[in-house]
Design a binder for this molecule. Sequence first.
Ligand code: HEC
Length: 126
Amino acid sequence: MTRALFSLSWLAAALCLSACGSDAPAVPDAAAVQRAESLRPTNAALAAQYERACMTCHAVPGSGAPLTGFTEHWKPRMKQGMDTLVHHAIDGYQAMPARGLCADCTEQDMRALVGFMANGKDISHD
Ligand code: HEC
């Protein structure tokens, strides 16, 4: 656990070295915001969970949440690997609340939702 926390803070520091300073975080333009507002998972149950939970923050620029389908926000996060992202979404991560406030989202749902939000399109979900 301590080891995991240590590597996380190391990662945060490393990301800061490359991303903080002169490179301001990418700001989505109006088209990217419009896209984030209109995107939905194709699976109806997943779309309902997404609208009820994730969308409240992840389709709202300025919320601090990486914008759905906006690659510039997701690329640095995706470097952690999908498993870490999914675990952060389930356990909570900094300003991201545990399970993204979705009480009925299973781990499989969370994985599909993260894949959808990061890529702007669905990955497989049975
Ligand atoms: C109350 C607002 C809110 C809701 C609702 C929410 N998120 Fe987030 N989410 C955030 C914020 C803010 C961040 C950025 C956290 C940070 O890096 O400080 C974030 C970050 C994330 C990340 C990136 C974590 C990482 O390791 O970089 C994932 C994945 C994620 N959210 C998934 C989801 C999913 C899936 C849902 C719906 C089930 C959801 N979120 C609902 C606010 C929210």
